[in-house]
Write a protein that binds this ligand. Structure first.
Ligand SMILES: O=C(O)[C@H](O)[C@@H](O)[C@H](O)[C@H](O)COP(=O)(O)O
Length: 253
């Protein structure tokens, strides 16, 4: 039985990303205390970029034993690792390089390979890292996600086969607009994580945020983001004021 989403509203992106940095450190410290290792899957997008730069800043950088962190990716675009659209390139510039993370702790999706090959390769990487036995899903400590204004998350797009994948951990994911191919973790992996954190900012996301978090009869969907319901883990939504603007106000608002 999945937990209800924990919805947090912040006045702006800065406040949101600072809270996300605190959560990242908290989940990381807990995983390191329990298992001596922290498996964190990063996402692309604009809001995480700010989060990574906060984590790499002096105040935050000294609050975690980065030698125990293994970085994974929730998805990747089919581009080389130096490409401007590469999620790895962004995380590398904002987080890995400033923190001098050794390459042995960075597990990127090979966007330069054909998507099927990259997906198979990444599943093998995940199997080695998580030591999950056949038939079991891996348990990542933290999965960071964003959401597009069409309700996609990671590279799980509305109406695509990736949404119904029931056994594979990593699959090719294409957007319905037929833009560049991508590779994505599947819902099975995401929904077995200990903590899943959505970072969503901007007025253009408000209508879909409302439909994902407060489904009403007649709403279109389900949106891919609404299918993220960790089986036993925590699900958190960090929203800025604009993204939360169509949600039913709470007494805190
Ligand atoms: O690689 C990506 O682009 C992400 O995996 C994608 O799912 C992203 O999180 C959303 O599109 C939201 O992106 P923004 O935060 O930039 O709006």
């Amino acid at each position: 039985m999945s937990q209800a989403p924990e919805i947090h509203r912040f006045s702006d992106t800065q406040e949101l990303t600072r809270a996300a940095a605190e959560l990242f450190l908290e989940v990381g410290r807990q995983a390191i205390t329990q298992r001596n290792c922290f498996l964190a899957a990063l996402s692309g997008g604009s809001t995480p970029k700010t989060l990574y730069s906060i984590l790499a800043s002096e105040d935050y950088a000294q609050q975690l034993d980065w030698s125990k962190v293994h970085f994974l990716f929730g998805d990747e675009r089919s581009v080389p690792p130096t490409h401007v659209d590469s999620n790895f390139a962004m995380a590398n510039a904002m987080l890995f390089s400033p923190l001098h993370i050794p390459s042995t702790q960075i597990h990127r999706i090979r966007g330069e390979d054909p998507p099927e090959a990259a997906a198979a390769h990444y599943e093998t990487t995940l199997r080695h890292l998580t030591a999950a036995v056949p038939g079991q899903w891996p348990q990542l400590d933290l999965v960071l996600l964003g959401m597009g204004d069409d309700g996609h998350t990671a590279s799980l797009f509305p109406g695509t086969a990736s949404l119904t994948e029931g056994t594979r951990w990593v699959v090719p994911g294409t957007s319905p607009q037929g833009t560049r191919a991508r590779v994505t973790l599947t819902l099975g992996v995401i929904n077995h994580a200990s903590v899943v954190l959505f970072l969503v900012a901007g007025r253009n996301k408000a209508a879909v945020v409302r439909r994902v978090l407060e489904q009403r009869p007649g709403d279109p969907g389900p949106y891919p983001a609404a299918l993220v319901r960790p089986e036993t883990g925590r699900l958190l939504w960090y929203l800025d004021h604009a993204a939360a603007s169509e949600l039913t106000p709470t007494t805190d608002d």
